[in-house]
Design a protein around this ligand. Sequence first.
Ligand code: AMP
Length: 416
Amino acid sequence: MAKIEDFNFAGKKAIVRVDFNVPLDENGNITDDTRIRGALPTLKKILDDGGSLILMSHMGKPKGKVNPKLSLLQIRDAVAKALGRDVKFAPDCMKAQEDAKELKPGEVLLLENLRFYPEEEGKPTGIDKADPAYPEAAKEMKARQKEFAKTLASYADVYVNDAFGTAHRKHASTAVIADYFDKDHKMLGFLMEKEVKAVDSILKDIKRPFTAIMGGSKVSTKIGIIENLMDKVDNLILCGGMTYTFAKAQGGKIGNSICEEDKLDLALDIIRKAKEKGVNLVLGSDCVAADAFSNDAKTQVCSAMDIPDGWMGLDAGPESVRQFREVILPAKTILWNGPAGVFEFPNFEKGSREIAEAIVEATENGAFSLVGGGDSVACVNKFGLADSVSYVSTGGGALLEAIEGKVLPGIAAIEE
Ligand code: AMP
């Protein structure tokens, strides 16, 4: 596998899969340009070397149809501003041969949303999976996906994948395209390299003690990760809404707190496995309970195992926070995924904020801390602490699958 830092792009055309799926407001203005900024080191290296850039991305879920609301034309100016140069636009990603051919060193071409074609995702459209004709339709779509990827590949000399957010998908631009480049002409971009290194730090090069903090609303969406981490961590904090599924499973009274009734056995199983594997499972002992799901609700601190009728646990209590800090502060490796409470309500953000602050303190003392997967990223951003942890991942689903121990197709396609 080639390495971007060692590759000289002078005189080469590079097709780069970026994740420019940025959020837009109703007028098409970008509300958060983190993803564009994240791709800049890779794009600048290619341009500074004297290469030219063909940028490709998806935006939203157009489901294989042209949808002007999801056109990448809306972000062309922002990309141009970030790169400090003009950006040409190809309004049909399958008809960019001429534009690509004419590109000169230092020039940039942005392709229209790849997902305007169903071939990008490679799933047959308009046919149900239960339909007897589905397998044939799926086969035909796979063949079309190869052709689609081949056309994209034909625009360039080199393929760079820098879209970690879609690395868990086997799409034309994220994986299939790699088949059309030899091993010296395909590589991961800088952002991807950073993400892979961050995941390796918590799955392979672990410095101990290792404390993982899993929060959020449900245990069901986190079970794959919890099981994979159980073989690796020293301390596992389970907080947020899943606290109450665990409390109920152990015979607690949880009032109106969020609970997955069908996951009570699973919760007991996790407790048993943690004991077997010698993992210190930390379930907060108290909570801040509210008499309604509202920021202005009345509150009281009570045991997470004894919540009065009509009340619900919406945040970790002070004793829980003390328990969490005790295993976060001495940690040398930390993973945080999911808030400890309904942090969107200022009155119930304290548990999550104190976790974030403890992680920052541990990081200052030399720990490697990775924050990733949706809402915990929103938390560190809200608290202004994103720059004070070791790494904030850009990948939601991709990060979670990587932590579950799954091989990501976008990375495998390049490493093969
Ligand atoms: P997830 O997407 O599973 O990581 O869940 C994140 C969501 O969990 C956030 O929107 C939080 O508001 C929510 N959450 C955290 N703690 C609780 C709780 N105790 N009750 C209800 N929702 C919670």
